[in-house]
Every structure is written in structure tokens, then in C-alpha cells.
Design a protein around this ligand. Sequence first.
Ligand SMILES: *Cc1c(COP(=O)(O)O)cnc(C)c1O
Length: 430
Amino acid sequence: MVINMDQYKKDTICVQAGWKPGNGQPRLSPIIQSTTFKYDSSEQMGRLFDLEDSGYFYTRLQNPTNDMAAQKICELEGGFAAMLTSSGQAANYYAVFNICEAGDHMVMSSTVYGGTFNLLTCTMKKMGISCTVVDPDAPAEELEKAFQENTKCVFAETIANPALVVLDIEKFAKLAHAHHCLLIVDNTFATPVNCSPFDWGADIITHSTTKYMDGHGAAVGGCIVDSGNFDWAAYPDKYPGLCTPDESYHGIVYTEKFGRGAYITKATSQLMRDLGSIQSPMHAFLLNLGLETLALRMERHCSNALKVARFLESHEKVAWVNYPGLPGNKYYDLAQKYMPSGTCGVIAFGLKGGRAAAGEMMDKLHLAVIATHVADSKTCVLHPASHTHRQMTDEQLVEAGVAPDLIRLSVGIENADDIIADLAQALETV
Ligand SMILES: *Cc1c(COP(=O)(O)O)cnc(C)c1O
């Protein structure tokens, strides 16, 4: 029996979606640690290669363990289809490259994650795909100017890492759709537990599953989810990759053959086949375990972060605190609209002593460790201007919402009092 998970709340989906064991089968999603799959006839194998049948044949394209975790994320997002990738970077790359080719253009929010900024403005430029960077807080009339005849998509993050800018998803979706473009949002920080971008008009959602979804700092991974709502076939000239024959599959037209599944089918059968950024089944297994407790952990991340933000806000050595869950924050109202049950566990703040004091304070922390990571169960801290974003110029840093003194604190699921005590003793010393 196929259980329809639509009737369940997200915390139940976290635990139960994906793998549905049959009689006598393992309760936990098994790891299908195999590169290859056996078939009885040559004819059957041939049909798989022609996309005439669906089935597994080689793990570079698809693996059952991956698909079970992808299905769970798909249901959490309320999407139509989903696929895992080897990293969040690969997810964002595929999400864009699946519909853009040389000569195309895209619009991107200036506050996206540093890795995404590089990917979309530098690396993809070398592939002939240009990108206009916009201020996500600009009014719609201003943003209009960024669109061109050849614009194919708009890219932004629901909560920007590390600027913590909350995206006005509806504003961006309306703009994108008015220009017959799709809206791709990276929902890594909010997670589907806190934010449902498809409900507000987003077309494609990406994730770095490395963050809250895995949640334990164990496995790098990514995910792409398609709402199935974008009508590619209405704009065949704009999206030829989906609407005209694919020579590498004997002239298949993805929209005709796969309908709402066209986008994910193309990304799997074409991009994954040719570029190969697949997640390992072992990682997908770990991801699925992480997802089981995602809703529980997000609740704790958010309540801890709010307590820590309040502590920092009241501390005399702290110059500023940015946490969208904090009343009075610039993005508080947008956060209440798009993520009413919580935002994320990440806080940005600066010290009155500036950049020098930031490094000094971070060196004195015991419980919070300095790590190039964010959004997992263990509290960690990073100074983006010296670490993740060090390749960016001062102007780019400001544009990205990353002040030179910004400390990114990723609040874990330890006891909030212990996290606060650790910060208090470190702040004592600067
Ligand atoms: C970390 C991160 C990425 C990149 O993901 P990886 O899994 O590290 O490749 C992309 N977007 C956001 C918002 C991130 O936080």
C-alpha cells in the first residue's frame, strides 16, 4: 500500500516519508551500496537507456537510497520531484545549468552564500552565462531593470548565509513570473520545517543538505526539488533544453514525455549522466537519519538562538546583533510572514572592538568551536571576512551584507545556558 503523506504534518514526514518497508523488510532505509544493477534481458537494459522504462542501472545517475532521502525532502517541501547531488554547490550549479546555456542571463540576490556568489558570477560567466546582481531589499520597480530578453531565472536564498537577510519570496516570484522566468531559492537555512517557498511562488528549491538536514556534520550533500508548477511548454523558445528534442536521447522532448517531471528528469538523465555529481548512497543514508530529527532539532536551534540573541543584544561589549527572529530586527516582519514557527539557529553580530576584538573573542571560546561549518547540532563560530569570504573585496563584502566585523555564530542544540556562559566568559576577556 502506498501511504499518501500529504495528510501528515512536517514533523511526521521527517520521520516516516521516503522508505516504505514491505512485509519483513528492514524498518530503516537500507544502504544500497552498489554501483550496478542486474537485468534479465539486453532488451530491458536498452529500454532503460532510452528512458522508455524507469529503473536503476548505474549509481552515477540514480540510486535507491538516494531516491528515498530525496523523496522525503520532496514531501517536506511539497514538491513534485527531487534529486540528491554530491553537495549544495552541485545542487545550485545543476539547478541553474539545467535551464541556462551560453548566451543566457540570470538575476541573483547580492546576499547569497559566498560559494554561490563565486559559482554564479565567476565560474558560470566562463561558460557564457551572465548574471546581474541585485539588492534583495530593493523595490520591485528597481529590480525590474535587471531583467533582459535572455533572462532565464532568478536566484536567491530564503535566509541568506551569513547576512541573514530574509527574502521577500512573493515579491521575487511575481517579478520572475512577469518576465516568464523561474524563481530558484536556496532554502538551506530555513529548512522546509520553517519555510515552504513553493507556497509563495518559488519554482525550484535547492538545499545544501550538509547543514541542518544532515545536522551532525557528517556528510556533504545537496538536493534539488521541483514544484512541478512552471509551465516550460508555454515558453519553448526560452527553455529549448526542455521543450525541443534532446539529441543525446534520440530526440526525446522532456516536457512532452515527462510533463511535470521534465526538469528533474533532464537534470538526472542529462546533467548527472554527463557531469556526475552524485551523492554517495552512504551519505544519503546519513542524510535520511538526520532528516528524522530535523523538526525536533530546528525547534531547539531556534529557541536557543533567540535566547543567545537576547543575551548578546543586552551585552555592553556587543555593537550590533542580527537575528531575524528577534523582535525589532529589520527582517522580523518578513520572517513572521514566511517562517512563523522559527527562522534558523544562525546569528550574526559585531563587537564594539571591531574586527580585532572578533578574533580575540573567538579564540577564547571553549564550547563554541571555530569551524568552517554552520547549521549543525554543535555550536560553532566563524569570521566570514577572514575565512569563507576572504576572496571577496571590501565592496563585495558590503554588497553581500557581510560587515568586516561580522561574527557568524551557529547556535547548536546544547543547553542555551551553557552556550551563553561560554560567550559571557569570552566577552569578559576582550
Ligand atoms: C553551505 C551552503 C551552500 C553550499 O553547500 P555545500 O554543501 O557546502 O556545497 C550553498 N548554499 C547555502 C545557503 C549554504 O549555506
